[in-house]
Design a protein around this ligand. Sequence first.
Ligand code: NAG
Ligand code: NAG
Ligand code: NAG
Ligand code: NAG
Ligand code: NAG
Ligand code: NAG
Ligand code: NAG
Ligand code: NAG
Ligand code: NAG
Length: 324
Amino acid sequence: MGIYTIFLYLSPILAVNVAYNNPGQGTTHNITDILIGRCEEYRKCLLGEPCLPSYRNVNCLAAVESFLGGIRNVDPCSTPYNAYDEFFKMVPPTTVRNTTMFWSGVKGTNVPQDIAQVTPYFNVIGETFPGYMAGNLSWCGATDGNDTGLGLNFTVCPKGKGATCPNNTKAIFWAKASNMFATQAVDDVYVVLNAQKPGGAFSKYSFFATEEAPNLNPDVVKNVAIYLIPNFTLPIPNEMYAETCTNGSVLYLQNFLMDMNLNVTCEENPKEIMWLQCARFADSPYCGPYAKGNPVVAASIVVILLQVVFAMSLSGWNTISTTL
Ligand SMILES: *[C@@H]1O[C@H](CO)[C@@H](O)[C@H](O)[C@H]1NC(C)=O
Ligand SMILES: *[C@@H]1O[C@H](CO)[C@@H](O)[C@H](O)[C@H]1NC(C)=O
Ligand SMILES: *[C@@H]1O[C@H](CO)[C@@H](O)[C@H](O)[C@H]1NC(C)=O
Ligand SMILES: *[C@@H]1O[C@H](CO)[C@@H](O)[C@H](O)[C@H]1NC(C)=O
Ligand SMILES: *[C@@H]1O[C@H](CO)[C@@H](O)[C@H](O)[C@H]1NC(C)=O
Ligand SMILES: *[C@@H]1O[C@H](CO)[C@@H](O)[C@H](O)[C@H]1NC(C)=O
Ligand SMILES: *[C@@H]1O[C@H](CO)[C@@H](O)[C@H](O)[C@H]1NC(C)=O
Ligand SMILES: *[C@@H]1O[C@H](CO)[C@@H](O)[C@H](O)[C@H]1NC(C)=O
Ligand SMILES: CC(=O)N[C@H]1CO[C@H](CO)[C@@H](O)[C@@H]1O
């Protein structure tokens, strides 16, 4: 990842090689059925919150047709920026006010998924209508005939965007979705960043930098809360590049947001996220403070009590105690 970034810095020619060597997964099989199924689930609020009344009347067949219609037989590296406009008009990435949460540089942490499952106070892009529909899927147009009948390439799609693939089908989808997700955000918004990301927590190549932060509306966004988390899978804390709220790229980000006239707060190790990470990476040295007095400890006390009772019954203690 870091090396890839350095290549991009060094020369577009090197980036060309990276992109050529970067074929990704082809279109997910049965994508039409998957999209329709997810659309129906979301529309009918089978996933619970957020459940917006405006979604009830979405025509899922039409939405999926407009999603795929914009990319059928289209070169996956020359996707028009407006390819998904019709689709996003039907299912915009709307969140409940005061809950919009962005994330960047946290690949492998499972933070977005855990947030989606656990808390109604934060909503990440994967929980929005279009985000849920497209999550974990791969798709791109076929350029070499129409042998699949759907105009999609089920064998290989280009991964990421580079100099040879500037307008990548999937990247444009997520760029547009991120852009609209940020544009509609109201009241308090949040961004989770990885303090120990090599090269800096805030990457100026990230979607957060290019599509989200610049589209926050200072007239309606009350505060941007930066949540800075450590890397829980590092064996020893602080042995790696680390940023705080007052240095490195995080400081740059704060100034950038304040220049936009936004209120900004920054918190290191915010407990809202630390709990979730510790539930997942319980052995992390960061998790000591979060292991005290939490439900897990309560549960283990119950287990110990049960073991004692069990041991007592085995050793005949309960016979003794009943005779006493
Ligand atoms: C990619 O999109 C940009 C902006 O929409 C456009 O100027 C450029 O020509 C496109 N490139 C390709 C290869 O489609
Ligand atoms: C937004 O959420 C925060 C934290 O949950 C809360 O303190 C605040 O009052 C909320 N603001 C509005 C306008 O609802
Ligand atoms: C955390 O550090 C490990 C070891 O260096 C690395 O493999 C992993 O990608 C890092 N995770 C994040 C989210 O940066
Ligand atoms: C995508 O995969 C993650 C991790 O396996 C999972 O938590 C999430 O629910 C999936 N998203 C969708 C829309 O299926
Ligand atoms: C899928 O993409 C690969 C790589 O560009 C290409 O060789 C193949 O012909 C494409 N298949 C279709 C059906 O377009
Ligand atoms: C691709 O094939 C399908 C089914 O055979 C057909 O309905 C469609 O018109 C074809 N599209 C193009 C662009 O040839
Ligand atoms: C910044 O926060 C203050 C105090 O909470 C509030 O009065 C003000 O409206 C906020 N500014 C913006 C641009 O939202
Ligand atoms: C930021 O400050 C912390 C604490 O003072 C320090 O450990 C860290 O090395 C600094 N990081 C950068 C990138 O300057
Ligand atoms: C239910 C369904 O349509 N399944 C199809 C999924 O895709 C595979 C491979 O293309 C087909 O073999 C299945 O019939």
